[in-house]
Every structure is written in structure tokens, then in C-alpha cells.
Design a protein around this ligand. Sequence first.
Ligand SMILES: Cc1cc2nc3c(=O)[nH]c(=O)nc-3n(C[C@H](O)[C@H](O)[C@H](O)COP(=O)(O)O)c2cc1C
Length: 359
Amino acid sequence: MTNLSDILNVEAFEGLAQSRLDRVAVDYFRSGSWGEHTVAENLAAWQRLWLRPRCLVNVSQRDPSVSLFGDRMPSPLLIAPTALHKMAHPEGEVATAKAAGACGVPMVLSSLSTCTVEEVAKVATSPLWMQLYISQDRGFTRSLAQRVEAAGCKAIMVTVDAPVWGVRERDIHNGFRVPDGLHIANLERPGLPTGHSGSGIGATLGWTIDASLTWKDFEMVCSAVKLPVLVKGILRGDDAIKAMDHGAQGVVVSNHGGRQLDGSIATASALPDVVQSVSGRVPVLVDGGIRRGADMLRAVALGARAVLVGRPVLWGLATAGQPGVERVLQLLLEEFSLSMALAGCPDIRSITSDLIARA
Ligand SMILES: Cc1cc2nc3c(=O)[nH]c(=O)nc-3n(C[C@H](O)[C@H](O)[C@H](O)COP(=O)(O)O)c2cc1C
């Protein structure tokens, strides 16, 4: 077993995780849709944003903390919702939540999790949020939202970039299905199978999404709970405005880690338009391709309140369970603080757009 403190960056976890998982799981976690161009561009677009550090600013004391919906967090970092953590490690989302708690990092639980929201809430010591798809059974979604609220979650994130599932060719090739013994824990309904197959998430989970959704359906979730409801999967300023007009209290710029429409704009490229349109009315978050603290700095400089990371957490979980996720989060927290120092930014407010070089 590799000593976790010898792992120097988040990317190194990917190779370690791949050597511990079977091919089907590796492909499920890393794949994007069709030609996987958006997966690659999500990573590349952050690196095209060159930084213009400030010199001789006193950065001996730095405050990387931010507030979101009344909770103070140590850094602008959250865990993105990703499905099926028990496929990475037997303790699944419970291990991820314990790691999040140890680092003070909020976690967004996927509605396709393998532990129930109540099981995860029981061990969570940092803010727990929940991601929802609006299913064909609106009554089910409404009651799940209320169950999430009752479990003590602090916010709900409704994913809106999945009217249908993106086509993940690796999963089709592998005949992907949920491994025997694992369950999509929050979505169990009498009489309905909860395994999934085909295009990553196929026929048996088809009812959990709905191609006929409109903003009215989003409003239904907002009215079902008192919690803040964020919208996840926005890539255009005009959609961000519609989201706010229909009750969104936060906007997440996301292309689902390149797993929905291949060819979608990278989130680093989409962020400025959304930030401009939102114009400070609600917090803007972003995910997709964040692998370094310097990427977090770039996102905050472009106006994001916080970032979310998806795959790196899965790689940490597969490598070493809870301690593996803790190491991934610590690396990002440390790198972000060091990036602030190196860019001449003692606090979040000083991370401004002029840090990014114009093309
Ligand atoms: C294996 C996997 C499963 C995912 N499951 C979900 C999900 O259940 N709900 C959701 O809204 N997004 C899901 N996502 C998308 C993530 O929330 C996030 O948008 C994306 O992973 C961010 O990109 P990154 O992996 O490059 O950090 C998933 C992503 C991956 C890689």
C-alpha cells in the first residue's frame, strides 16, 4: 500500500485507483459521452487561463474560507454528486462523507448513491447537500425532496442537463450494469427494479429522468421544501437568468463532467457569461476538470463562489477509502492556499478577474 502522504497531487490518484478497480468500474467513473471531447476540454480550458500574480503583498496570513447559505466552509471546495460510491469502496458514500467531515468540506450526495441519505446524514459532520433528478413520477421527487430536508441536508441541487442520458460508449461496450448486491438506495420503490444497464444508466432507471421537463417542474421542487434549491448543469447566461426567475437560489455551471452532450462548452469557458448574467443575485458554482488548487483560484477569479470536484474524489475513495478521499481534499485545500499566496491574495475578496491574463 502506497503511503498516502507520498501522493503529491490529485492526478496521481487516478492511476492508483485504476490499478485497484476492475475495467468496468474504471470506465464507468472516467468515461464521458460519445467522443469524450468535452471531458478533455474541461481539463484543458482551465490550463489556457494564464495567471498574473501580484507581488509583495503580505500573504503570511491567508483566509481561504467562504460562506454559502449560512455555512462557513474552509475553502471554496465541495464534493460533486457522483453515483455508485460502493463500486469504488465497500463503505461507499458513508466513507466519502466521513472524509468530507474530517476536512470540513461540504458534500453533495448523488440521488444515485449506494447509501441512503439518512445513512450518510448520520455520519456527516460537514454540510450535506443532496442532488436530485426530477423523475417521471413527480410525486416521488417531491417526497424525496422532503425526505432530504427531514434528513438534515442543507441544500438541494437539481440536475437539469439530463433530459435523456448521454451515451457512454465505453459502458455500452462493457455491458455496464450495477454490480450485484449494490442498490440505488434512495430510489427504491415497490415493484421497480433499481439496477441499471445499457448506456451507463439505461432502461431500468429511465423513470428517474424525464425528457418533458420544463422550468415549471423545477419550481415544483423549490416549492416542496424550505431549503435553498440550486440548479446544476447551466452553460448559458440566459438559462441562469431563467433559473433564478423560477426560484433557483444558486447556479452550478456544469456539463456533467462531459457525460451528457459531447461537444458542450468547457465549464471554464462558460463561467464568465453565467457570472455576468447572474450579476451577484445568487452564488455561482462550477465543476468540471478541477484538478489543482490553481484551478480553484482561476474559477474564483472568474467569479465562482466555489468549485466542486467529481472524479478525483472517486479515485481517492477507490485508492484508500476514507483516508484516500481525505488526502485528495487536503491536497486541493493546501494547493489552493498556496496558490493564493503565490498570486498575492490574502483573502477570497482579493481573488479578482484581473488575475487572469486576457487572451
Ligand atoms: C462517475 C460519475 C457519476 C456522476 N453521477 C452524477 C449524478 O448522479 N448526478 C449528477 O448531477 N452528476 C453526476 N456526475 C457529474 C458530477 O456531479 C460533476 O458534474 C462532474 O463529475 C464534474 O467533473 P469532474 O469529474 O471533472 O470533476 C457524475 C460524474 C461522474 C464522473
